[in-house]
Design a protein around this ligand. Structure first.
Ligand code: ASP
Length: 339
């Protein structure tokens, strides 16, 4: 018999409108089961671990990522798959963090949630929950069909560290334009076998050190030296620089000088694009050649969510800056496409 552990962290899926204040507040998992009677008809076992208190995903933190990893580690041998019920707002950050923190994963970890509470008449929660469970339980010749950290939402399965929340209004809340969808649920559950990662060769490893000393510099035409200086001087070890197009920035001397100073000061500068599709290609234009020469690191086509959590993971586990820079440009968990 297949066993799945459901980890209920909170989010809209399990919220009800408080009659007094009119705001959405969480309720316990039993009320989810009451609203999804189909759960009693599944042909595999599931157990539920509920967070206490339940949290809106805007309050997720590296500390909670560590608790999630510890919980999965404790239950890894006992269960064939995991479903994490999570608010959609920061679901892609959590999925990305888990992907880096668990090495050589051989079992599915499927995050899901919903845009409407489970007790709503037009809710998307039931389908999301039931199909996420099906995916977590799916096995072929004794092996998990999807040994990856994924997000299942609105009939599509995404690689977690390639996804981002792109719509706060529609049921179709997530996208992963730089990575094909890993499964689609229609009349049949169609897995895209060619793009699903194979489990790593070695034994599973759980990493629990994270360092979130990360700054962000989002560029815009006309950004002033004062604003750039403030961002680069922040008390952090690495800065994610969100650039234009394929990784381009202003070539004004003051700007390039400030970047060079930050690098000389020991800061890592990771270049990701403000474009949601496509990749950073340092050296394609004059406006990025100098960045490459001064040692700015390419994030290729990583999402912001993957860039933040990959940095947390690398800064927490390595001290050598060269090593971190080299690993940032290495595809560790399917988070980037390298030419
Ligand atoms: N604010 C909620 C959360 O992220 C939204 C959701 O669940 O979709 O926890």
């Amino acid at each position: 018999m297949t066993n799945v552990l459901i980890i209920y962290t909170g989010g809209t899926i399990g919220m009800v409108t408080d009659p007094k204040s009119g705001v959405l507040v969480p309720f316990n998992f039993d009320q989810i089961t009451d609203n999804v009677p189909e759960l009693k008809r599944l042909d595999y076992n599931f157990k539920v671990y509920s967070f206490d208190p339940l949290i809106d995903s805007s309050n997720m933190s590296p500390q909670i990522y560590k608790e999630l990893v510890s919980l999965i580690q404790k239950n890894y041998e006992k269960y064939d798959g995991f479903v994490i019920l999570h608010g959609s707002d920061t679901m892609s950050f959590t999925a990305s963090a888990l992907s880096f923190m668990i090495e050589n994963l051989a079992k599915p970890i499927i995050l899901t949630g919903s845009q409407l509470p489970v007790n709503g008449i037009r809710t998307d929660a039931k389908e999301n929950l039931i199909t996420a469970l099906e995916i977590a339980a799916a096995r072929k010749r004794g092996k998990a069909v999807v040994p990856e950290v994924c997000i299942y939402f609105d009939y599509k399965l995404f690689r977690g560290n390639r996804s981002f929340k792109y719509n706060s209004d529609k049921f179709e809340a997530f996208r992963s334009p730089n990575c094909p969808v890993l499964a689609e649920a229609g009349v049949h559950l169609e897995f895209n076998k060619n793009d699903i990662l194979r489990p790593g060769d070695g034994p599973v490893k759980f990493h629990k050190k994270l360092d979130s000393a990360i700054g962000v510099l989002k560029l815009y035409p006309g950004i002033s030296p004062q604003i750039v200086k403030a961002a680069l001087n922040a008390d952090c070890k690495a800065i994610i620089m969100e650039t234009f197009g394929s990784g381009n920035t202003s070539t004004e001397d003051w700007f390039l000088e400030l970047l060079k100073e930050a690098i000389a000061d020991g800061k890592l500068i990771l270049n990701i694009s403000q474009c949601k599709v496509g990749t950073v290609a340092l050296g394609r234009y004059e406006t990025s050649r100098q960045l490459q020469e001064m040692g700015v690191v390419s994030g290729f086509d990583m999402t912001f969510e993957a860039a933040v959590t990959k940095l947390m993971f690398l800064l927490g586990n390595f001290t050598d800056r060269k090593k971190i820079a080299q690993l940032l440009e290495t595809n560790l968990r399917g988070e980037m496409t390298l030419a």
